[in-house]
Design a protein around this ligand. Structure first.
Ligand code: PEP
Ligand code: MG
Length: 848
């Protein structure tokens, strides 16, 4: 006689601060698997019922803290299962998790230009990691894909595909068990691996993959992808962030399954067919390298820090990049045309006529700006008082060296050779490397090329160099620290570099040096390789320089000792900042703490440079800080010999350099080091004197007698652009904002067809007047309601001794406008020079 199973139900309230996410779900599921009974959990707040044998099903029920739930147990061993599960819910579940640390939500405030504010389009704020703007169609780069060749393939031998899946799952499970058994992991890491193991073993996932193969005739890979998208859709809709983020675990598991079955997958080779904006959670450096840059208009990445390697690469290719956009999937559809504006830090999802016009003007402004900057291409960089600064370029391939030289770089300050090692199954051969380095040396044509030996580890991993799992890879086996283990690779590389040194001016640089023994070790390998080359009569530069990167803060404190074994230093601020401030450079959540203008960081940088110089060492800087033009006076003040920057910044840095006086910069750096906060350092930089602060109030380039502006918003933007091109401001955004602050109090339309927008602002370097005669009159809310035809925009420096200049000029101007002959004259005057002379006379302008 069959026994009718009893029904056991237990109602409880979810106690978990982060909801029933993967880790607690995994523990619950493991317990359930000890029994034969069917166990379900229903979330009464949304009605979803989960199969408790499936971690995915449990997580998908979207159970948040405080949700009422019902546990149901049905089956032969329900009595004992019920007792045990209720005990778990009461006693263990509350201890399964702890509240997440508070995430710092502070982000840069997004400034939206007034032209776009009135354009009636959706503006989605983000955070700029690489500036610029780009327009293209959205391409989602999913982290999962099948090999390309499967796209058109017909399926299938169902049994064979099922077997592939089952074998991959079995292999994955055994790999995970080995990892879990190996020890040496943090609790968090263990929990993640356990969650992966549960997902890899998940009945619903496996059932779904099987049924897609059996019923839909899909191949193994496609069945995995479809199952992933089915469950990730469910998880993605969860209210709890933590549950939504579990898509990452699922993706990891599915990605490993695909790799087990196919080796590499199609996402290493994303094909773009038109100008595109790629949207991804994250992009590995190798995925980025494989993208066609001629069609890559912009990137939107969910998870990045401003100096992660993909971002550095994006910067070197001038690819505008945004991050920090909330709910990106909710804003975008694949194929949709969008504008990524990483100058202002937002995404535009609608493009109307005003937007078209705005970006047409931005492009023109950008081109004019580039033209000015490119004028520095063939000039060496030097300060106003004649102090030289070498400006070199950072590259990752020999091809880029050509572009760098064409852009005016004086050499290569950092060749990141590890990029040659990524995205492949084995290290590049000596011959392949030799060819690359030789080409680089030849392109540089006698200018220095600093080749950094491979810096693998951290966020740059390769599968043919296996190191044991590490709790903190960035503090573990990376850079020079792996060389002993891979001495054959180091030898190959040094041999290739030495051979290339016969074809140009090549130097060698070691990454991630912590102690002198590491340098001595590399030098000993170098000498061994040199002896072998001598024996084989192969030419190389016997005087080749050997230098190190200063990335580990302790190095700053034993430069005298290091000076005995090295020839030069280059400060790697990306890592130095990370290690000195203890802020993960790739973690967007702590990016507000990753501050180049931290007074302490500036102090250590000055110390490094001072100590290096005292011991006769040349010192450069090749981290991203070197290309931040706003930091330039600080670096000049510290007496840096060289900066090595992404190619697009070479001439910008050269142009910036000649605006400063090195002695003043030294004082400025001292003030910055004594400042209390990075914000104070910014304020010090903002107030610093530039060459040109004493220029005349108006000159011809600030006059346009045919201005093509159709609104007040366009006029104010055009004025700030003109002032920028004239070198009078580096902060158009701040300046525009200051104009509008005044304009929002009262309209500056003085009547008679004249408007006088004005502001007192720290964002202008010299008191300035800009005159526009408009092609067509525009509305300005003037006091006499008449449209405006002539704009006289006035900007006055907001510095301590600014006095009353502002009011004096303004009242003279207002009085003049009352006179008909003044107005008539400006309405009919024929050329810009006359305007300048006339205003000088009428407003009694001198040099400020
Ligand atoms: C640095 O750390 O500043 C640096 C230039 O090296 P990478 O960014 O490649 O780590
Ligand atoms: Mg580094």
């Amino acid at each position: 006689m069959s026994v009718i199973p009893e029904k056991y139900e237990y109602q409880f309230v979810c106690p978990l601060p982060n909801g029933f996410h993967a880790r607690p779900a995994s523990r619950f599921e493991q317990l359930v698997c000890n029994f034969a009974s069917r166990v379900s959990v229903q979330n009464l707040s949304n009605g979803k019922i989960a199969n408790a044998r499936s971690i995915l099903s449990l997580v998908s029920a979207d159970i948040k803290q405080g949700d009422e739930c019902v546990l149901k147990v049905v089956g032969d061993d329900c009595n004992v299962a019920y007792q045990e599960l209720v005990r778990f819910v009461r006693e263990e579940l509350p201890t399964c998790d702890e509240a997440l640390p508070q995430v710092d939500e502070s982000r840069q405030e997004t400034f939206v230009p007034h032209v776009l504010r009135v354009a009636g389009v959706e503006i989605v704020p983000g955070k700029t990691v690489v500036s610029g703007f780009g327009r293209g169609r959205v391409v989602f780069v999913k982290s999962l894909a099948c090999p390309v060749e499967l796209d058109d393939s017909e399926v299938v031998d169902v049994q064979a595909e099922l077997q592939k899946v089952d074998e991959a799952i079995e292999k994955q499970q055994s790999d995970l068990k080995v990892k879990l058994g190996a020890g040496g992991m943090s609790t968090m890491e263990r929990d993640v691996f356990k969650a992966h193991l549960s997902i890899a073993n998940d009945v619903e996932l496996i059932e779904k993959i099987h049924s897609l193969i059996e019923e839909k005739g899909l191949c193994a890979g496609k069945a995995i992808l479809e199952s992933f998208s089915c469950f990730s859709d469910i998880l993605g809709k969860a209210e709890s962030v933590l549950i939504r983020e579990r898509v990452v675990d699922l993706r990891d598991v599915c990605s490993q399954l695909l790799t087990q079955i196919y080796g590499s997958t199609a996402n290493d080779h994303i094909v773009l067919t038109e100008p595109s904006v790629c949207v991804a959670d994250d992009l590995t450096p190798s995925q980025f390298i494989n993208l066609d840059k001629s069609l890559l208009s912009a990137l939107i990445l969910t998870q990045v820090g401003s100096t992660s390697h993909t971002v550095i690469l994006a910067r070197s290719f001038g690819i505008p990049t945004l991050t920090g956009i909330c709910n990106i999937d909710g804003h975008l559809a694949a194929g949709q045309e969008v504008v990524v504006d990483a100058n202002y830090g937002f995404l535009l999802t609608d493009i109307n006529d005003q937007v078209e016009r705005f970006y047409h003007r931005r492009q023109r402004h950008h081109d004019l700006q580039q033209e000015q900057i490119n004028a520095y291409r063939d000039r060496p960089a030097q300060t106003y008082d004649g102090k030289r600064l070498e400006v070199m370029a950072n590259v990752a391939t020999a091809g880029e060296v050509k572009a760098a030289m064409e852009s005016g770089a004086e050499g290569v300050g950092l060749f990141r050779t590890e990029m040659l090692f990524l995205s492949r199954d084995h290290a590049p051969s000596e011959q392949e490397q030799f060819h690359e380095y030789k080409t680089a040396a030849e392109f540089a044509a006698g200018r220095p090329v600093i080749i950094r030996t491979f810096d693998i580890g951290g966020d740059k991993t390769v599968n043919y160099m296996q190191t044991a799992a590490e709790d903190n890879p960035v503090l573990g086996c990376r850079g020079v620290r792996v060389y002993k283990q891979y001495e054959d690779l180091l030898e190959d590389q040094l041999r290739a570099i030495l051979r290339a040194s016969a074809f140009g001016h090549v130097k060698i640089m070691i990454p991630m040096v912590t102690c002198i023994e590491e340098v001595q070790y590399v030098r000993s390998v170098l000498q061994k390789v040199q002896s072998k080359l001598d024996a084989a009569s192969i030419a190389y530069d016997a005087d080749i320089s050997l230098g190190i990167m200063v990335e580990v803060p302790s190095v700053a404190f034993f430069i005298p000792q290091l000076a005995e074994v090295i020839d030069f230093l280059s400060i790697g601020t990306n890592d130095l900042t990370q290690y000195f401030l203890a802020v993960d450079r790739c973690n967007g959540q702590v990016s507000s703490l990753y501050q180049s203008r931290h007074p302490g960081l500036l102090g250590i940088i000055r110390k490094i440079i001072d100590d290096a110089h005292q011991h006769g060492l040349w010192v450069g800087m090749c981290g991203e800080m070197a290309g931040q033009v706003e930091c330039l006076p600080l670096l000049l003040g510290a007496g840096i010999d060289e900066v090595s920057v992404s190619i697009p910044y070479v001439n910008e840095v050269k142009a910036g350099c000649c605006e400063y006086d090195s002695t003043q910069c030294r004082g400025l750096l001292q003030q910055a080091i004594e400042a209390k906060t990075p914000a104070q350092v910014d304020a010090i930089l903002l107030g610093c004197e530039h060459h040109g602060s004493d220029r005349s109030v108006i000159d011809v380039s600030l006059v346009d007698l045919e201005a093509d502006c159709v609104s007040k918003q366009e006029v104010i933007q055009y004025v700030t652009d003109r002032l920028c091109l004239n070198g009078r401001t580096r902060n158009c955004r701040g300046l525009e904002d200051d104009f509008w602050k005044r304009e929002s109090v009262y309209s500056t339309g003085l009547g008679y067809g004249f408007a006088v927008p004005h502001c007192k602002t720290p964002h202008i370097r010299a008191n300035s007047i800009c005159v526009l005669r408009l092609r067509e009159p525009i509305e300005w809310d003037s006091i006499d309601s008449k449209p405006v035809k002539i704009v006289i925009a006035m900007t006055i420096r907001d510095v301590q001794d600014a006095g009353t200049v502002h009011m004096q000029i303004f009242s003279k101007l207002a009085r003049s406008i009352m006179h008909e002959d003044f107005r008539r004259h400006l309405e009919t005057i024929k050329n810009c020079d006359e305007v300048v002379a006339y205003l000088h006379q009428k407003l009694e302008l001198g040099c400020e």
